[in-house]
Design a protein around this ligand. Structure first.
Ligand SMILES: [Cu+2]
Length: 302
């Protein structure tokens, strides 16, 4: 300690005339830091831009959602991700600023000023995260209520049953229209693709609410539609009810996303969101051709 003190005293008493004064040093250091930070910032911006990020509506890996409920989920995810990035930018910024600004300089072995117990600072960095968590919690509850709400008037109701290893979509008040995984069970050994003849397709109208009443015949399955940012368990002894209000036409791949046995990977299906006219035409056709394989719409999303 005595040695360090001596060095510190010497540094103060005998300044080297060739070195910048203590007053000049911070300004020079800041200028050097600016020169270093500029290329890093350019690389970061280019990485995001060339990475294909959607600046208009960044969803950070999630689908933007093809139904009202899925879009609410995407908004929540996006908001939380951006909040995380904002906090990370402040934390990383402060870390790098401290590392650069207060790094040990050549020939300067003095001990920096030491601080302890800054109450105002401690209260600030306790309250700010608390406020952020409360805001995220409120938005999560609001979004969850919206996504789980089954109070909209449902134009279409489909009873969905998951079983080892397939799906049955039975349309209510539709003259017995039922779409299901091809007879003979899972297409063992066949290539896994959304083959129209094998995997069932849930056809629902755009701009209308479809209510799904989900059950399982045996073990736990999971009804997952990536395009809707939504999944829900098909659980034995439990009936799960939820709704989709799609607002964009398209045919989207979907699957069971809970490992449920040997041929779980064959529990594929697709969701076709079609116009109201197409939907009614499709339903009428199915009603009159109950014994024929249902007509399929080709996938528009892989
Ligand atoms: Cu499964």
């Amino acid at each position: 300690m005595a040695n360090l003190h001596a060095v510190s005293q010497r540094t103060l008493r005998d300044p080297d005339p060739s070195r910048p004064s203590r007053l000049e040093r911070p300004a020079r250091a800041a200028a050097r830091a600016r020169h270093r930070i500029a290329p890093i910032a350019i690389v970061a911006v280019l990485a995001v831009a060339l990475g294909g990020c959607n600046f208009a509506w960044p969803t950070f890996g999630l689908d933007h959602g093809y139904d009202v409920q899925g879009q609410e989920t995407a908004k929540l995810w996006s908001g939380m991700f951006m909040t995380g990035l904002f906090v990370a930018a402040i934390v990383w910024g402060l870390i790098f600023w401290c590392v650069l600004r207060y790094r040990r300089r050549k020939g300067d072995d003095s001990i920096p000023r030491q601080f302890q117990e800054h109450y105002a600072l401690e209260i600030t960095y306790t309250i700010i995260p608390l406020v952020i968590v409360i805001i995220i919690f409120v938005f999560t509850v609001l979004t969850e209520n919206e996504v789980d709400s089954v109070s909209h008037p449902a134009e279409v109701t489909v009873n969905v049953t998951g079983y080892q290893w397939g799906w049955i979509f039975q349309y209510e008040n539709a003259g017995g229209v039922t779409v299901q995984t091809a007879a003979g069970g899972a297409p063992h050994g066949r290539p896994s693709s959304y083959d129209a003849g094998v995997y069932p397709q849930l056809v629902i109208p755009e701009g209308a609410t479809t209510k799904i009443i989900l059950k399982s015949d045996d073990v736990i399955h999971d009804f997952y539609v990536h395009a809707f940012n939504f999944d829900r368990f098909a659980q034995p002894g439990v009936t799960n009810v939820f709704e989709f209000t799609p607002n964009e036409t398209g045919v989207y791949p979907a699957q069971c996303s809970e490992y449920c046995g040997l041929y779980h990977s064959e529990m594929l299906f697709s969701v076709a969101v079609v116009t109201q006219t197409q939907y009614h035409q499709w339903l009428t056709y199915q009603e009159h051709h109950l014994n024929q394989p249902p007509t399929h719409f080709a996938l528009t999303q892989q």
